[in-house]
Design a protein around this ligand. Structure first.
Ligand code: PTJ
Length: 248
């Protein structure tokens, strides 16, 4: 039991969700390690949503609203951290949700889909198509989802699939606290923010941007430069470290 007044209550509760997810066979053991890396980056980013993340989150929503077949890809970490929010976001931007995992078994995919169902989210998971050029299990997709998608939101990704999705002509939006990762550098839009803050903020942007014209949304996408955003994220880390050092 984590006391509510613990200074790191939020962070510890997030860990608990992932541990519970692991016990239920939803989160991969490797997912716990991946979260630890994410936590470390979040720490040196100041554990808050920074301006560069807000710009990327807004652009991501514009891109999803402009898409013909947008898909939100869900893995074992995403499923336990923001299940209800994924459903809400998908509705607002009219996207499909698809289970896609790196550590694959048919049973695990079913378990993730069933878990999402409890939160009212119907996730595609037929695994009836393959993304050519990718050797990891992430190649296994749904014919009605990622296979035909033009824009894919990929939280907590590994770089390989990001590259292949792009080779298949899809636009990729990544959520990754590590601005140096291959995924971050490969994606069209990289949201350097914790998924637990990013998705709720994206829901707010979706409510606002739904009323924008196609031209206004296109302008948001056109004015966006992912390299600049990643550079701002790295500067953000340096600046946070400098400020913290000066407080010693
Ligand atoms: O459920 P599966 O089988 O698909 O497996 C999921 C993991 C996460 C194990 C798999 O995708 C993986 O190995 O990912 P990587 O290559 O470790 O990359 C995960 C990235 O997500 C890392 O760069 C982390 O910094 C980042 N990350 C971890 N937790 C968060 C995060 N980014 C945003 N929010 C987080 N909470």
């Amino acid at each position: 039991m984590i006391p509510k007044d613990h200074p790191r209550y939020e962070s510890l509760m997030t860990r608990e969700k992932l541990v519970e997810g692991f016990k239920q066979g939803i989160t991969a053991l490797e997912g716990l390690i991946a979260h630890g890396r994410g936590e470390a980056f979040d720490y040196i980013l100041g554990e808050r949503t920074r301006d560069f993340a807000l710009k990327a989150e807004k652009t991501a929503i514009a891109m999803l609203l402009l898409a013909k077949n947008p898909v939100i890809s869900v893995n074992g970490n995403t499923a336990v951290l923001v299940p209800k929010e994924i459903g809400e976001l998908a509705k607002l931007v009219n996207a499909k949700v698809e289970v896609n995992v790196f550590h694959h078994s048919k049973e695990r995919v079913e378990r993730i889909a069933n878990y999402l169902e409890k939160f009212g989210v119907s996730a595609l998971h037929a695994g009836d198509a393959e993304l050519e050029g990718l050797s990891s299990a992430r190649r296994i997709v749904d014919r009605r989802g990622i296979y035909i998608a033009d824009v894919v939101l990929v939280p907590l990704e590994d770089g390989d699939r990001c590259e292949i999705l792009k080779r298949h002509g899809k636009k990729v939006i990544a959520i990754d606290l590590n601005p140096l990762s291959r995924t971050s550098r490969m994606a069209d839009v990289t949201i350097v923010d914790n998924i637990t803050r990013a998705i709720p903020r994206m829901i707010e942007f979706a409510k606002e941007l739904r009323n924008f014209s196609k031209e206004e949304l296109e302008k948001i996408v056109k004015d966006y430069n992912n390299k600049e955003i990643l550079a701002e994220a790295i500067d953000g880390i340096i600046e946070y470290l400098e400020r913290t050092k000066n407080l010693l």
